[in-house]
Design a protein around this ligand. Sequence first.
Ligand SMILES: N[C@@H](CCC(=O)N[C@@H](CS)C(=O)NCC(=O)O)C(=O)O
Length: 361
Amino acid sequence: MRKSTLILAIAPLIFMLGACNSESDKTRDPTNTASNTEAPVARNTLNTVNNIKKRGKLICGVSGELPGFSFLGTDGKYSGIDVDICRAIAVVLFDNPDAVEFRNLNAKERFTVLQTGEIDILSRNTTWILSRDASISLDFAPVIFYDGQGIMIRKNSGIKSLEDLKGKGICVQTGTTNEQNLADQMRKLNVSYKPVVFEDVNITFATYSEGRCDAITADRSALVSRRTTLPKPEDNVILDELLSSEPLAPAVKQGDSQWTDLVTWVVYTLIKAEELGINSQNLAKFSTNTDPNIKRFLGTEGNLGEGLGLSNDFAAKIIKNVGNYGEIYDRNLGKNSQLNLARNQNRLWTQGGLLYSPPFR
Ligand SMILES: N[C@@H](CCC(=O)N[C@@H](CS)C(=O)NCC(=O)O)C(=O)O
């Protein structure tokens, strides 16, 4: 169909969608400002939410080897920001942050396991890049940690820049963006090097630790995290140089908009709660707050949960059980954690960072 014919054909439809229906406006719930409250839209053929509910628990793919993000402690308990994202989802589905089974996945296998439906969500320090989003059929939720790729070297090596790594061995884990970024950067600089590549994170870091590579590259946060597990952390330095942007985000299988929406708005809930100043300690005080934005957000007014298939107080449940983004950050990565990473670009937009949630209305 030619463009002009197409415009004529759809014009009445555009008018219908855009027109203001004064009759239905009168009967509308004033707190519900979604423009279309009529017939529910047909969603998709995958039925992830129903399957999870029938099973009685969420299956969440993590690394399990990265303190601060996902780590299986000696007490048999998982902790980390990636873990808390899954716990927050379990809270809205089951009223129970522990209704999650965690599966440890290495970098290479993580996407296949998601595509085959063995896990419901991949919450595992995964960088959102175009090809993963478009070519291997994933959908990404909002970024939960803005990162960049770094290089770690031994303090006494004399290495100060990527150029100093000419002819040297660099350890890197396969199946990661890091492997490709390293190759790109070195090609750009015309510096030859020896990639020393492994599938297993422990072998990658052990090889570096035993001195069989001159440097190791990974997301900067991962280097800080894994440096804590080296025999002498203080003997290792992370160079200031960054090789890439690594926005880390949870991913789901493409094609289930109900599930993608749910995961997306759980992440936004954490960010919005911090922006509104609501945390697990002061939540109770907000139950009588009269600000319409807060009432809608906490579900004491309106029906925001319904569109997601959740109870209207889903945000309150998340904050009560898991906390807001700032609390999650502080206990896993920030000032109350072993890593003590500054918030930097992971601050709220109101504080000069990149974290921003669309409105809850
Ligand atoms: N963010 C990068 C790197 C992610 C990644 O897998 N990093 C490694 C290096 S520390 C890791 O987490 N390994 C842990 C594991 O295999 O369990 C990506 O998405 O490709």
